[in-house]
Design a protein around this ligand. Structure first.
Ligand code: PEP
Length: 246
């Protein structure tokens, strides 16, 4: 039995004051049946650690450097994220792949660094609308996951996978539970071929998850929770999604 995980991805939103309030609002609604986490902008990590003292909500970052350390101006290492109290790091979000030209291998390299620091990479995979319409969904997500499987090796069970169809992110157009389950089953089968621990691994769905569609998505056999963008920016909405994850 896999415990569900709901992760908020705040992206580049909010301020010190508003993000503190948002997190305090989520905290006030604990406990949840599911595991919960928030992936916050880098500058607010240290403040959020303080707000989360004594909480079961975990902290995460939205990206990290593909380098261990060194002269990489503007980058943030996995070690630094561990140092400030993160448990999760999102890698390979489609916005990073699209706007920063992140390749499958770079994403996998980041996941490896994250695991090496004892943190959990949330590895995003997903097809664009054009790829779906061309019948390439399965091939695309398998290619993206394959890089991670080969690079992480025996550490692959330490990762969380997030299926995020690019056409569903921030568009209000959610994959149907059946569409999502179909891809999650493909990913699960690929993990089974790679590790005996595939049955224990979490595969999240992300893409316009809202309070009113979360329960049906999370009821699918291979959907183990969600990666939530827009709806994680209002405490009441995020809390409702956490409560739908049983
Ligand atoms: C995301 O960016 O990871 C995401 C799923 O966004 P949204 O929920 O807004 O579609």
């Amino acid at each position: 039995m896999r415990r569900k995980l709901v992760v908020g991805n705040w992206k580049m939103h909010g301020s010190l004051a508003s993000n503190g309030e948002l997190l305090a609002g989520v905290r006030a609604a604990e406990p949840f049946v599911c595991e919960a986490a928030v992936c916050v902008p880098f500058p607010y990590l240290s403040t959020c650690v303080l707000v989360l003292q004594g909480s079961h909500i975990a902290l995460g970052a939205q990206d990290c450097s593909a380098h261990e350390q060194g002269a990489f101006t503007g980058e943030v290492s996995a070690a630094m994220l561990a140092d400030v109290g993160c448990r999760y790091v999102i890698v390979g979000h489609s916005e990073r792949r699209a706007y920063h030209a992140e390749s499958d291998q770079l994403v996998a390299d980041k996941a490896k660094l994250v695991v090496g620091k004892g943190l959990v990479p949330i590895v995003c995979v997903g097809e664009t609308l054009a790829e779906r319409e061309a019948g390439q969904t399965e091939a695309v997500v398998k290619r993206q996951l394959s890089a991670v499987i080969h690079t992480l090796g025996h550490c692959v069970p330490q990762a969380v996978i997030a299926y995020e169809p690019v056409w569903a992110i921030g568009t209000g157009r959610t994959a149907t539970p059946e569409q999502a389950q179909e891809v999650h089953a493909v990913l699960r089968a690929q993990l089974h071929a790679a590790t005996e621990h595939a049955g224990a691994m979490k595969i999240l769905y992300g893409g316009s998850v809202k309070a009113d569609n979360a329960a049906t998505l999370f009821a699918q056999p291979d959907i183990d929770g969600g990666l939530i963008g827009g709806a994680s920016l209002k405490a009441a909405d995020f809390v409702a999604i956490c409560r739908a994850a049983l």
